[in-house]
Design a protein around this ligand. Sequence first.
Ligand SMILES: [Zn+2]
Length: 348
Amino acid sequence: MWQVIGQTRAVALLQRSLETDSLAHAYLFIGPAHVGKMKLALNLAQALNSEAAEPPCTQCVSCQKVASAKHADIQILGLSHDGNSTGDRPRAEISIDQIRQVQHSASLPPFEGRYKVFIIDEAELLSIEAANCLLKTLEEPIGKVVFILLTTNERLLPATVVSRCQLVELFPMPVGEIETALNRNWGVEPEKARLLARLSHGCPGWAISAALDDSLLHHRAEWLDGLLDIVNADCEERFAYAAQLVAQFSQNRGFVHERLNLWLDWWRDLLLVKVDSIDNVTNIDRLDKLSDIARGYSLAQIRAFIRSIQAAGVQLRQNANPRLVLEVLMLDIPEVKRGEGVLLPDLR
Ligand SMILES: [Zn+2]
């Protein structure tokens, strides 16, 4: 039984390949973070090595070894999975050495299963040399070896690599389905399931993690409070906050993008509340606060700041100077309009 939630099209495609013995040597799973790419890759690795008649069974010794990352023929590599990074700074790329090790391992026959499976997480982080090195392997497939590359954005991978892979797209699920799954499969109480499903943006991995680990929701509340405080702070405090983010950015880029996404959700919610589209609000647990705050801004102000947050995200991804980007964003925070309660005409 495939354990990935939703993704019926992707599962059907892989199931058909297994049944008709028409497996590709390399797959590229494309989809947003937490949508289920790694789960699906592990399910495929299980299916390829399962001892059951209808794989993946998830119950046999082989399937359980894959699930607990103890199967000798399944290797996962990526930035967070190699033990070779030196010093305190996380390495920003998947290196050619990692790929050379993979090539060596791929040249040896399976140790305990039928197939060797190499899962490359965040494949867009392959260095140019690593990608070229991998390309050679993909161009000369080895029997009983399957590569599964995972990415949020295939455009960040060399076209030559992409063209050697069978593409499998994973899509965000309807929020209602995640809500039901959380409630039914994980016993999450309805109100919390509703909130987590919305915060997950259709990507069940995050919602499940947050259901099992309360600290995720707790941190989200803290971060959101911090971002809301900044809106009411003076210029000096805003710049100090920007400086904090810049320091964090040099350590962990994802951390800052997460903050920006949180802020983006918040301001989108303000927009939705402003146009009375409450059903689509993400931060459903803060509806009263959203309504209060929305009264202080015009639609044009909210829209303009949403564009500013989006632009900041794009600029950071394009390696613009983070201090400059984040300080400009702080300056773009709109002023609360006086005479609140009046919906100003949208002049933009
Ligand atoms: Zn099995």
